[in-house]
Write a protein that binds this ligand. Structure first.
Ligand code: ZN
Length: 323
């Protein structure tokens, strides 16, 4: 069977570019060959181009995950250099995991996935989920713009809330940037685990997450003192000295923090180690920024689209967190 040029996809459509229903999902991805064709179309959205001769036509080999150039006969792997490389799991298992991960409102735990897919071990399910999570945030994603709230929160706390920066000592600190829309509505978020609440750390976080020139609201913590010099319109907001919690000043950031903690406790029963938090933050961000999408199949499409563009993630890198 010839595998021909893929059409350029502008706005992905349900039932054309991605399955709109579980019924369609099952019909489209019945075997690994079907999954491989789909990944090839995502990997070369403008159509296949042979790295050897530039030819646009290739055949899928009957075994393995290679395409063979129709002109120079070069074999080109579809999954090399992506999260799907060197996996012994069938692609159908990957696809099913991606469908569950994006098709449910709160996601799925490793134990839940192991049961759903009948995987042999918990470790397999866990590693599969983490590799997919890694693909959830685009490497070249756009920066937040406009008006934003920036704050920090502690995760892994025995007691919720915070009393001051000193209580962060034994917990993971998460920096939160959220676009402040009118009437208290949250726009997109960016989250990052940070080592401390110092000026250089917080300025670095904002510079990576937010476009220069944006209006950044924070509390009056001295760690935010460098934002103006870094090119942001910094608006420090006073917190009442009466002991009011910080969320009075940063309502949207506080809401994101609450949702994050509830999600970590609910979907993952709190079973997230601080050094693996990065991956959960990526999944939370992916879900939060697409929370109003009515097309769950589109999330699946975006996830695979990003997964086919990434380098493979060795399990050791996952266990150790991000470098
Ligand atoms: Zn060629």
């Amino acid at each position: 069977m010839a595998w021909c040029d893929a059409a350029v996809v502008d706005a992905p459509l349900a039932s054309r570019d991605y399955p709109g229903t579980l019924r369609e999902f099952n019909a489209w991805f019945a075997d690994d060959e079907a999954c491989l064709d789909y990944l090839a179309a995502l990997r070369w959205p403008g159509g296949f181009a042979c790295p050897g001769c530039g030819c646009g036509r290739a055949w899928r080999m009957s075994k393995g995950r290679n395409l063979r150039c129709a002109r120079c006969r070069l074999d080109v792997s579809v999954t090399a250099g992506t999260v799907f490389a060197d996996t012994r799991l069938p692609l159908t298992t990957w696809f099913a995991a991606g469908w569950y991960l994006t098709g449910t409102k709160h996601g799925v735990s490793a134990l839940g996935l192991q049961r759903l897919l009948g995987l042999g071990s918990y470790e397999t399910a866990w590693s599969l989920l983490h590799k997919l999570r890694r693909a959830m945030v685009r490497p070249g994603r756009d920066k937040l713009v406009g008006e934003l709230e920036v704050d920090e929160t502690a995760v892994g706390a025995s007691a919720p809330g915070r009393l001051g920066r000193g209580t962060f000592a034994d917990k993971a600190i998460i920096a939160i940037a959220v676009e402040a829309r009118a009437r208290g509505v949250c726009g997109r978020v960016r989250l990052a685990r940070i080592p401390d609440c110092s000026g250089p750390t917080l300025t670095d976080f904002v510079a990576h997450a937010v476009a220069p020139g944006s209006v950044v609201y924070t509390d009056r913590w001295q760690g935010y003192g460098g934002l103006a010099a870094a090119g942001f319109l910094h608006q420090p907001t006073s917190i009442a000295a009466s002991g009011d919690p910080a969320h009075v000043a940063m309502p949207r950031a506080h809401r994101v923090s609450s949702l994050l903690k509830r999600w970590l406790l609910g979907t993952h029963q709190g079973a997230t180690r601080p050094h693996q938090l990065d991956f959960y933050l990526d999944e939370f961000t992916f879900r939060f920024n697409r929370r109003n999408s009515q097309r769950r199949g589109l999330l699946f499409y975006r996830l695979l689209e990003q997964a086919i563009q990434l380098d493979p993630v060795p399990v050791t890198a996952i266990v150790g967190g991000r470098p």
